[in-house]
Design a protein around this ligand. Structure first.
Ligand code: HEM
Length: 332
């Protein structure tokens, strides 16, 4: 179905600018005036690696944008944890996977960057956000980032008794250090265009053994390093198409699209070949900007939560002086 539509509020640009400034303020606070400025969110990296994205020969209705024809692309992948500060992996957190596909021809979304040659996809572990829209999301992030001690009364002050519902939802999405990145499923959680369609994407691990990660403050990085020293990691990238506004809403970020209504269908395979971590590539990936708006016009992000990200990511990457993009060969 291609009858999806966005509902854009007249005041939203101004609100989203304020959200971006609020997150940048938190980012600055974490940096404490020093030279090291981390990402406003997803500050901790567990690995930055080179990868390969193979586009499969999908059924005709799924041949759009990057997935229009079988091809193999080089890519970078960054595995992260969600908070805007560094903490041990033993602390529950949301995990993220960001992919930057290189050498992608076709017009891109951001004005002035139409000729960019990369397409990014960002995933977290949950198929929906805990909040309907970005105002509540950013308000929540702002409160919990100001310290645990007063978080609960502040949350109740901001959200009333709904604070408990939000917390319950969020707790379900948090992962502990034992959950290896190698055998999990990740989601864009928010919609994007898929040619004439709208969709969400997922990333599902294939064939990895279910061993837990090693315990410890950096167990997730150690687990990835040990696995990638001995074998590649493979994920299937799937697409879930929009059906109708009631069941697969564009503007309500809190609704996970029911897989019984619209299943995820594989359109590509992501392979992270065997490699040593912590080298030149890791440092380079740390400086990159992964951004859902680094996208082909055919994959433009959709919905208010995505439109808010159009401001927040640019503010964060500018504050931490993210680097220009290089090819995998440049780094060899
Ligand atoms: C619910 C869907 C979302 C997903 C799947 C997601 C995923 C991610 C991931 C994986 C990263 C790390 C990227 C990297 O490794 O460089 C990230 C970073 C970030 N996210 Fe999100 N995010 C979501 C929602 C949001 C929202 C609603 C906002 C704010 C309005 C936001 C703001 C940020 C910021 C500021 C960064 C740091 C950007 C940088 O400096 O590179 N995210 N996100």
């Amino acid at each position: 179905m291609t009858e999806w539509k966005e509902t854009i509020a007249p005041d939203e640009e101004a609100r989203f600018e304020k959200h971006a400034a609020l997150l940048a303020g938190l980012q600055k606070g974490v940096a404490k005036g020093g030279d090291v400025v981390l990402r406003a969110l997803h500050a901790k990296s567990h690995a930055g690696v080179t990868a390969r994205l193979e586009v499969l020969d999908a059924p005709a209705e799924l041949k759009h944008g990057l997935f229009a024809a079988p091809a193999t692309y080089a890519a970078y992948v960054r595995f992260s944890s969600g908070t805007g500060f560094l903490q041990p992996d033993t602390a529950p957190d949301i995990r993220g996977v960001a992919i930057k596909v290189l050498g992608v021809a076709g017009a891109k979304v951001i004005p002035g960057l139409e000729k960019a040659s990369t397409q990014d996809f960002l995933f977290i572990q949950t198929p929906a956000n805990a909040f309907v829209g970005p105002d509540d999301f950013v308000r929540f992030v702002h409160i919990v980032s100001r310290g645990k001690a007063l978080a609960l009364p502040r949350l109740i002050g901001a959200f009333g008794w709904k604070a408990f519902g939000h917390l319950r939802k969020l707790m379900k999405t948090l992962s502990t250090s034992r959950h290896s990145f190698a055998h999990q499923r990740f989601y864009t959680a928010l919609p994007l265009r898929y040619g004439p369609h709208a969709c969400k994407l997922d990333l599902r691990s294939v064939g990895a053994n279910g061993e837990a990660a090693t315990k410890g403050p950096h167990g997730l990085a150690e687990d990835l390093a040990a696995r990638l020293a001995r074998e590649p990691l493979t994920y299937e990238l799937g697409v879930q198409l929009f059906v109708d506004e009631a069941r697969t809403p564009i503007e309500d970020a809190s609704v996970a699209w029911d897989e019984a209504v619209s299943p995820f269908r594989a359109v590509a395979r992501l392979t992270i070949p065997t490699q040593q971590l912590n080298g030149k590539v890791h440092d380079y990936v740390e400086k990159l900007a992964f951004d859902p708006w680094h996208a082909l016009v055919e994959h433009r992000p959709l919905g208010a939560m995505m439109r808010a990200r159009n401001h927040a990511y640019r503010a964060s990457t500018m504050a931490r002086r993210a680097t220009d993009e290089l090819t995998v060969e440049d780094l060899a």
